[in-house]
Write a protein that binds this ligand. Structure first.
Ligand SMILES: Cc1ncc(C[n+]2csc(CCOP(=O)(O)OP(=O)(O)O)c2C)c(N)n1
Ligand SMILES: [Mg+2]
Length: 891
């Protein structure tokens, strides 16, 4: 069943081995680790010269990295800390169990925190800084579904009341409730980081640590010993986001980052690696990437066994066994361990001959031993030059009696009376039987040594956490003059909306107070967006500065990297860029400093690729601007199916705090961005923006008088029809560059068909719908009051004729306002897969070109009885519309 070790692992000559090791020990003692490393390198080199195949080994034996002789004694009051931990264990369990007893199926988790308690408590008592002087403290990403333990501690600290805990997962009742998981949106003074979607904690914490360095390097915050701690599940490490960015932490030398992976060997359904060892696998992965790896596998009670194990059999046995076996050892108790583990070799059986089964059964795993955990944390916080990962072996459901380490333990919400009784006596909770069965909470009096100790430790460490403290406003939004340059429209050569935005960004970067707070984030397409001139002016952030002379240093716009560079050029990682955007967009709550991130990327690779990170950004109350470049299914020439985006706006509409805009003209962008800064940073509203940017060049129109309100609300009259003798009238709605097609359609309709078309620019269907829904709701709830009218109806309700709404996005984007426009509405959009073609052909294919818009207007007029149907059919032919061609939606 277990893995056999290869010949290479068997010691054929122990005496010779001992001589070599002694020699090595002596050099360690006399010359230190640099010399040892040098000699080891030389030995490997020589061995290879002699034809020996020396593999690169990134794993070590299955034992603790920190040996007992390198440990420092535990600085805290072990007995008192154990009492406190028992109370957090109890209250976490009681809270979940009680809630499920009275509200069957409400859920929650007990087993995860049971495995994590020591790892968190050592941190709370000795490491997690609430503040560093006047600076904010450590940033801790908690394993999301271990939240009951964090609540239980806050309860002991007096930060949460019994009422809070009694309302766990009851957030919509009268009293204050607790959210299931860490959600800043739901508990804005408490949680900082939404982590429960597996994999987001790892990537977000890496970029958080990098952004901390960025802020320090640019002098926006003081440099402190502040750390980012990320507590992660071993099952969670399977997510690609969990390991996909670990190289970044090494490259960026992030010694402010500590991963603690709670290796309880289980995930939800069963073992993480039943047939292998997750700790060894992760050690190889992280060490191979260059992380400082600290394995914390065995508790102190194993140390005497190691000391007596002169044959090396114990370590061999530990390395041979797989996680499926280790799980069984904890699930099945001491007698089983004696037989199936120690009993495998006579030498190891002898080691425990004088121990009882009970003693064997309770031999601890590293993650449950405060001394081992303390030493691991100490080494991690002192390590310089790179990130540290602590691989702590724990037991899922530790202390839960007969469900400890069982496959089903993750799902245990309600404990049996027997389990509760066991739990209570094991952790010595002083409450009567009946109260225990009912899941009563227990908090010792304020004057008790436990509570006094908790407060004192937190006082020494600078305050309580988690805590979320947004900063007050730090600057005023830019004035009207930001827009001035864009009011008049453009001259030849006309820019695209992307170019216009880059110009606007340049202006923002130059503003006295705001400029330095702007954080441009780009994966790798600055040149596509025409932003390369910013490299030289603002520099690309590089923690080590620029170590080479760039080949283009002789030109003005060379590729400049600098320690205090302002631009974050992340490389081709939308997930990493989004994580960086998250750190920047929440800096106001974590560092007390407002930064305004602009993340500019291919719109296609945003929502559908990193949607969950965007959702978590909203949960985090993030602020900033997502700029969807190369937007539109037909505006992006040539690129085809996987690049042409016709749906990001629809996906954007699903995010409650996101205001999404699809502007056509430069002045629209300027108005939206200026107001966005006002709302987010001056007014402190919790929202963020998504703005599409296109790369088609066309004349940028002059800003119509009085259009500002409409631009922000989502619609304004761009150009009234100029057809006084027209027989029929329509309303044309256009967004993004398709507004320019609608502009042409307006002319076609007037000149060829004597139809008057009023032209509207719709900057945001999403915002119009939201406002309309809000008004509808009010009307629904106040039937006795005069009804209010949604903005979209105020604007379009009194107009005449059908409404044809075209954009470079799916029809469903436009359809968002259809319910308020009765039967008048007809959407033209880009449903279906993109194609490699130029704009003319693409717009014809998707039926969003000027001809299609004009044709749709005539067709709808005909259906409405306001235009001769035969003439309409003839007009379609004249306009070159192939009425029998395949529908782009399914092509
Ligand atoms: C992206 C995502 N997928 C699935 C889940 C559902 N889920 C919640 S906890 C869990 C198992 C977690 O296992 P592990 O990371 O080992 O944590 P443990 O509870 O063992 O400490 C799963 C699959 C989730 N929260 N997020
Ligand atoms: Mg696990």
């Amino acid at each position: 069943m277990h893995q056999q070790l290869s010949e290479r692992s068997v010691d054929l000559d122990p005496r010779e081995t001992a001589e070599w090791l002694e020699a090595l020990d002596q050099i360690v003692e006399e010359a230190g680790s640099d010399r040892v490393n040098f000699l080891l390198d030389k030995l490997v080199e020589r061995a290879r010269d002699n034809g020996v195949d020396v593999p690169i080994r990134t794993t070590t034996d299955y034992v603790n990295t920190i040996t007992p002789d390198r440990e420092v004694p535990y600085p805290g009051d072990r007995a008192l800390e154990r009492r406190i931990k028992s109370l957090t264990r109890w209250n976490a369990m009681a809270m979940v169990s009680h809630q499920n007893k009275y509200d069957d199926g409400i859920g929650g988790h007990i087993a995860t925190y049971a495995s994590l308690a020591t790892l968190l408590e050592v941190g709370f008592n000795h490491f997690f800084h609430g503040s560093y002087g006047d600076q904010p403290g450590d940033l801790v990403y908690f394993q999301g579904h271990a939240s009951p333990g964090v609540y239980a501690r806050a309860f002991l600290e007096g930060r949460l009341t019994e009422e809070h805990l009694n309302n766990f997962r009851h957030e919509l009742r009268e009293g204050p409730g607790l959210s299931s998981y860490p959600h800043p949106w739901l508990m804005k003074d408490f949680w900082q980081f939404p982590t429960v979607s597996m994999g987001l904690g790892p990537i977000n914490s890496i970029y958080q640590a990098r952004f901390m360095r960025y802020l320090e390097s640019r002098g926006l915050i003081a440099a402190t010993p502040r750390k980012v701690w990320a507590f992660l599940g071993d099952g969670e490490m399977d997510e690609v986001e969990s390991t996909g960015a670990i190289g970044v932490a090494v490259r960026e030398k992030l010694d402010n980052l500590i991963f603690v992976i709670n290796c309880n060997l289980q995930r939800l359904d069963g073992p993480v690696r039943g047939n292998g060892k997750i700790i060894q696998e992760l050690e190889g992965l992280f060490r191979g990437s260059g992380w400082n790896v600290i394995k914390c596998v065995w508790g102190s009670d194993w140390d005497p066994l190691f000391a007596r194990d002169t044959t090396g059999r114990l370590v061999q046995l530990m390395t041979e066994c797989v996680d499926g076996e280790y799980q069984a050892f904890k699930a099945k108790g001491g007698a089983f361990v004696r037989k199936e583990f120690f009993g495998r070799y006579p030498e190891t059986a002898a080691l425990v001959a004088d121990m009882t089964d009970e003693q064997i059964g309770s031999l601890h795993r590293g993650g449950h031993d405060p001394l081992k955990v303390y030493n691991a944390y100490k080494a991690a916080t002192e390590f310089k030059g790179g990130p540290t990962v602590i691989l702590a072996k724990t037991v899922k459901g530790y202390g839960m009696g007969d469900i400890e380490a069982r496959n089903a333990t993750h799902q245990q919400k309600k404990l049996t009376e027997k389990t509760v009784a066991y739990f209570r006596s094991r952790f010595e909770i002083p409450i009567p039987d009946e109260a225990a069965h009912d899941g009563a909470l227990y908090r010792p009096p304020e004057s008790s040594p436990e509570i006094a100790y908790i407060h004192e430790r937190r006082r020494v460490l600078g305050g309580y956490l988690p805590i979320r403290k947004p900063s007050p406003p730090q600057f005023k939004a830019p004035g009207e003059d930001l827009i001035d340059e864009f009011r008049q429209g453009s001259k030849e050569p006309h820019p695209s909306s992307t170019m216009a935005f880059v110009k606007l960004l340049g202006k923002l970067l130059k503003l006295p107070e705001i400029g330095k707070k702007i954080v441009p984030i780009i994966p790798d397409e600055a040149r596509t967006f025409g932003m390369e001139s910013m490299f030289r002016s603002y520099g690309i952030y590089a923690q080590g500065g620029q170590l080479y002379k760039p080949h283009d240093s002789d030109i003005l716009l060379y590729y400049k990297e600098a320690k205090d560079g302002q631009i974050l050029e992340e490389g081709i990682t939308e997930a990493g860029s989004m994580a960086e955007f998250t750190a920047a967009g929440t800096a106001y709550a974590n560092y007390g400093v407002d930064t305004i991130p602009f993340f500019i990327y291919y719109s296609m690779f945003g929502f559908q690729r990193v949607g969950d990170l965007i959702w978590a950004f909203a949960d985090s109350r993030g602020k900033g601007f997502l700029m969807g470049g190369t937007a539109g299914r037909t505006t992006l020439n040539g690129e085809g199916l996987q690049h042409q985006d016709g749906h990001s706006l629809l996906l954007a509409s699903t995010v409650p705090t996101l205001a999404a805009y699809d502007p056509c003209y430069a002045y629209e962008i300027a108005v939206i961005v200026r107001d966005g800064i006002r709302r987010m940073y001056e007014n402190r509203e919790d929202l963020f923006y998504y703005i599409t940017l296109y790369n088609e060049t066309y004349p940028q129109a002059a800003m119509p008088e009085g259009s500002e309100e409409g631009i922000l609300k989502g619609i304004y009259l761009f150009k009234k029809a100029d057809a006084p003798k027209a027989k029929a009238r329509v309303q044309l709605l256009g967004s993004g560059p398709i507004l320019t097609e609608a502009l042409k359609a307006q002319q076609i309709l007037a000149e060829k068909y004597n139809v008057a078309a009023d032209l509207w620019s719709v900057t945001s269907y999403n915002e119009l719908r939201r406002e309309a829904l809000k008004i509808d709701r009010w009307n629904r709830l106040h039937p006795a009051e005069p009804a209010q009218t949604p903005y979209v109806q105020q604007v379009l309700g009194g107009t005449e004729g059908p409404i044809i709404a075209a954009s470079d996005y799916m029809k469903a984007v436009q359809d968002q306002i259809a319910p308020w426009l009765a039967g008048r509405f007809l959407a033209l959009g880009t449903d279906g897969f993109g194609r490699s073609e130029n704009r003319d052909y693409l717009r014809k294919h998707f039926e969003v070109n000027a001809a299609s818009i004009a044709g749709a207007a005539l067709s709808k007029l005909a259906r409405d009885g306001k235009f001769d149907p035969k003439k309409a059919a003839k007009a379609l032919a004249e306009l070159g519309i192939d009425t029998e061609k395949i529908d782009a939606a399914i092509a």
